[in-house]
Design a protein around this ligand. Sequence first.
Ligand code: MN
Length: 163
Amino acid sequence: MKFRLIVFLLVTLMVYSCRQPNSGQIEKEVASELEAIFPKGQQGPEELFTGKAFNYGLVSNDSVYTTLVGNVYFEPGARSNWHTHPAGQILIITDGIGYHQIEGQPREVIKKGDVIKCPPNVKHWHGASEDTGLQQLYIVPNTEKGIVEWMGPVTDEVFSGGV
Ligand code: MN
């Protein structure tokens, strides 16, 4: 009797453990839910962004600090147009996975914890990856030199790393 009970318990345990989602599935579920430190903010205009990107201002531009700070949340697949910053820009990635590309260079993968410096007047774009969104803080220093100059959209081919 005791032996049968033990076999029954073992079989029950095996069946139960087979029903648990595999670890890959759990990782994917976690990856799709990003940690938001700041409010989501306002959706960026579609003439400057492909897909949905939301901006939340943290430090407004003034004559004392001449620095603009804010947070952008890019939904999966969303990215900025090509653009330059006359005084450069620093990005601090607080969650998710995305891309950053300087014109003429390969697309770079960026992720939580990365700090990226975009040099002054260098044409570039940034955004989320195809499957995971991106939370990024931006810091634009020396705003007396200008903040951003917008250019055309990033094509699907460029976004996917083709160029
Ligand atoms: Mn930029």
